[in-house]
Each structure stands twice: as C-alpha cells, then as structure tokens.
Design a protein around this ligand. Structure first.
Ligand code: GLA
Length: 398
C-alpha cells in the first residue's frame, strides 16, 4: 500500500528525539526520553464535553520527547517539525501570554504548578510520527509526552504516572494546558486516550465521572483491520467552530435545566427537543443524545464478541455528525462513501471534524484495495491525495 504513514518503533523515536536534542543542546545530555500516542476515536464524538461516553484507542504513532531538567525556570524547546527554537520561562506562562506550539508543553508545566506540584524549567527536543493537524490528536500526544516526562523528573513533585490516579491528574493538567494556555476549549477525550489507554483495548471513557473500562479490542482475531484515512484537509480546534458547538450544547443544557446533555436519556429526547428554541440547538442535542446511545450499543457488541456488527453504528455516527452536528466536510464524506463502496463494514469521521481523518472497518488484507478506491474518489473529486494509517490499539504514554 502506498501513502502509508508507518509508526516508528520506540528505538527509532527515541533516536530521532535524542539526535535533535544533541544538535540543539550540544553541551548537555537529556535525562531521558518519554513518549505518548495519538488516538482515533471508535465512536462517541463531541460527547466528552457533554459528560458523555467516548471509545478511543491509542495509536501506534507517538510523539517522543528528549528532556533535561533545568534549575533556572528557563524553557527551551525544539521540534523536528518547526524551524527555530521556542523559548520562554516558567514565570512568563499565563493564559493569553504565550502562543505557538510551545504553549502546549509549557502549558502542562504551568498547569502542574497550578495544581500544586513543584516543577522547573527544561530543555527538550520533540520528534513525532503522529500526523500533524489530521484529527489524530497530535497536540494531546505532545502534551502527554511532556506530562509523563515531568512526572518522572527527580526533584519535581509530579503525579505518579505509575498509577491510574496519577494519570488522571496528568490528564487534568494537559486539559488545562490546552484550554487555558493553548486556547483550544477541547473536552479531554484525547488526553485520556493518550494517558489511560491499554494496549489491545479500547478505552470506554465516561466523561461524567472520569471512570474508564478497558475493553478488549483485537480486530486481527476477528479477521478485520481499522484503516485510518487522513484526508489532509487541515483542521484546527483553535478556531470558532468547535467552540460554537460546545457553547450551543452548554446553552441547551441550561435551557433544559440539566448539568450536561448526558442527563437527557433517549426516552426524554423528544420532550427535550420540544423545549429548545432553535432548530440548530435541536440538531446538536439530537446528535449528542443519540451518539451516547451508539457508544453503549457498540460496547455491547464488543462485550459479546460481535465486533463484525459495529459497522452500521459507525455509519449512523457519521450521518449524525454530518447532518445534525454539521462538523463533517466534503473530503470526509467522500472518504467514508468510497471506503464503504470498496467493502468497508462501516466508516465514519473521527475526532473533532472540519477536516482531519476518517476510520473504516475493513476485512483484513483489503487495505490496498480500499485505499486505492479512496484515492481514486479523491482524484475524481479534485481533492489532494489522502494518506493512510493502520490503527492498532497501542500503549499509553510512558
Ligand atoms: C477533539 C477534541 C476532543 C473531542 C473531539 C470530538 O478531538 O479535542 O475533546 O471533543 O474533538 O469528539
């Protein structure tokens, strides 16, 4: 299969990060190398900030950070993806005070400090094979790799990354970094996926109380594969669309006098829709409530060993995201339609939308055929070439 984005091994990733560190900071050695994965969400989209359910897996594609602690509070960062160093110091970080890619890692240090942990400055080099701007959580992978690096730094008092409880605190710090310092008001699924997933399992995440359940997810055993189609239509969460969706949901919850839309059970949906003022609010709420229902059905199928039957739920999720939530785009629609026509059991956009990636559940061994069909459809539609990844449920940040 061509145009495939392969994942680095840990040795390759660490070597890339160390080489970059040596180039940028020739007089020092890093204390170590830490890494964290990107994710795809199987189902449960735009549910996290509504207290709902999501079902992501960690990708084999990871971001690697070679890091050295400093005692003086200075922060110096270099990335294989950006030209030039990004520099600030710990006491300069505040909401609205820093911008650019370094705001994500610097924000994590800031958030840990806000949460009462002692952290300091650092020099770090970042290398990543998580496609950037593709809806695969490259920013969460970046935050979470730094989070585990900070947690491991001797002399700093970070949360204990060896326990899930410690990882919950790291998730909180990463969310604050993204919301308050990087300025993207995202919901937290991506950071939980990167920090709390388990290899070979999907992560059932309950965003009402933060509880999780690891659900065995072995597609190979069922003769299946999960193909990720990176449409290359760039998406961003630091723009108005995502925030608007979130604001509409929060306003609807207020109108309905519930803490979050999670409280609207399917049998109350009609009544809730009738109580809302605008068609837009009704469509958004219908998506959230039905999507949470689809996560439950998806999990029931996994629990009873019927993974081959989840396709229609993926298709329904995509339709709901396209029509009710209005976060799909032409490239995503073409990708899922072409994948289904080429034999996928189900396909949907994954992540925030407005570009980014789609996932297709396919028979093992058919990825060449399905990706060729998607590429052809893209050419016919006049879009640039997409790229492809195989998603295997992988390890969390370490
Ligand atoms: C982005 C956000 C997540 C989540 C998804 C949509 O990935 O970062 O918090 O809201 O979109 O499900």
């Amino acid at each position: 299969m061509t145009d495939v984005v392969t994942a680095w091994t840990d040795d390759e990733g660490a070597a890339h990060a160390r080489a970059l560190f040596a180039e940028m900071f020739p007089d020092h050695r890093p204390d170590g190398v830490w890494s964290a994965p990107g994710r795809v969400n199987l189902i449960g989209e735009h549910t996290d900030y509504n207290g709902g359910l999501a079902l992501p897996i960690a990708l084999p594609h990871r971001t690697y950070v070679a890091l050295r602690r400093r005692d003086d509070g200075a922060i110096r960062l270099i990335s294989g993806r950006e030209s030039g160093a990004w520099e600030t110091s710990l006491d300069q970080i505040d909401p609205g005070a820093v911008s650019g890619w370094g705001a994500y890692p610097a924000g994590v240090a800031w958030a840990l400090e806000q949460l009462g942990h002692a952290v300091g400055g650092f020099d770090a080099a970042v290398a990543s094979c998580v496609p950037y701007g593709s809806g695969l959580s490259s920013s969460a992978a970046l935050e979470c790799a730094f989070a585990v690096a900070f947690a491991a730094a001797p002399g700093w008092t970070g949360p204990d990354a060896a326990t899930d409880q410690g990882r919950v605190q790291l998730v909180t710090a990463c969310i604050r970094a993204e919301n308050e310092i990087a300025g993207a008001n995202t919901g937290g699924m991506d950071q939980a996926a990167s920090l709390r997933s388990q290899e070979g399992h999907a992560l059932l995440l309950d965003c009402r109380d933060g509880s999780i359940r690891h659900i065995p997810f072995d597609l190979a055993a069922a003769g299946l594969e999960l193909l990720v189609i990176d449409t290359k239509a760039e998406h961003s969460h630091v723009d108005g669309q995502y925030a608007q969706r979130r604001a509409t949901c929060e306003a609807a919850a207020q109108t309905l006098e519930v803490a979050t839309l999670r409280e609207i059970s399917p049998d109350r949906l009609d009544g809730a829709l009738a109580a809302l003022q605008t068609d837009e609010a009704r469509k958004r709420v219908r998506h959230v409530v039905t999507e949470i229902g689809r996560v439950k059905q998806f999990v029931e199928l996994l629990d009873s060993g019927r993974v081959r039957e989840v396709g229609p739920l993926m298709d329904a999720s995509h339709a709901s995201l396209a029509e009710d939530y209005e976060v799909s785009c032409a490239e995503l629609d073409v990708a899922v339609t072409a994948a289904r026509a080429a034999g996928a059991l189900g396909a949907r956009m994954t992540g925030g939308g407005f570009g980014g990636s789609a996932i297709a559940l396919i028979e093992a061994g058919t990825s060449t055929q399905v990706s060729a069909a998607v590429k052809l459809a893209f050419t016919e539609a006049g879009f640039g070439a997409p790229a492809f990844l195989t998603a295997i449920a992988s390890r969390p940040a370490h």
